[in-house]
Design a protein around this ligand. Structure first.
Ligand code: V0V
Length: 143
């Protein structure tokens, strides 16, 4: 089952500018940054308040043919995904497949900080791109 909200992802055209905006405007703290070549993103994880809760993930396109570039081209910047933490991404994906939902990947792919991820097709989840995140052993990056 789902354990908690892991993060909410926002598509942004420019990562550095978006980090600055969220820091200065909302007081969020950038606790992690990386480039995920497979997903075609430059991303940052931002902590809210004491840092124990869900993160805000800023996602900027690393390539013009990436999912984030396509999203921004169609919808503009904004909320792109809702991610839940799970203990076992294969088991969570299998349970949703058994309910008739389409998962985007047959096998999990690599997500932020060595996590393992899969996605539910947004058309099977009320128009929301739902991500499943199994954190790497050792957990999410400290904030
Ligand atoms: C597309 N649609 C969405 C959507 N993206 N609806 C809600 N939220 C989104 N993010 C709608 C779109 O408007 C279409 O609706 C319909 O889905 C199908 O669109 P499509 O043109 O067939 O599909 P694409 O090419 O836009 O692809 C959509 C999917 C793609 C979701 C398949 O974005 C994808 O593979 N996403 C998973 C990977 C990803 O998002 N990576 C970046 C984050 P109409 O017009 O037909 O009504 S990487 C990440 O999260 C990491 C590393 C991490 O968290 O660890």
């Amino acid at each position: 089952g789902l354990l908690r909200i892991d993060h909410v992802g926002i598509a942004v055209p420019d990562l550095d500018e978006a980090i600055r905006f969220h820091q200065e405007t909302f007081g969020l703290r950038c606790v992690h940054q990386e480039i995920n070549e497979e997903q075609g993103v430059r991303e940052a994880m931002l902590a809210v308040g004491d840092g124990d809760g869900p993160r805000i993930q800023l996602l900027a396109p690393a390539r013009p043919d990436s999912a984030i570039a396509k999203f921004i081209g169609r919808s503009g910047p904004g909320l792109q995904q809702l991610a839940y933490t799970v203990a076992d991404v294969e088991a969570a994906a299998a349970a949703l497949r058994a309910r008739g939902l389409r998962l985007l990947y047959d096998a999990p792919k690599r997500g932020t900080a060595g996590s393992r991820i899969n996605f539910v097709h947004p058309k099977d989840a009320g128009g929301v791109l739902v991500e499943l995140v199994e954190p790497a052993a050792g957990g999410t990056p400290a904030g």
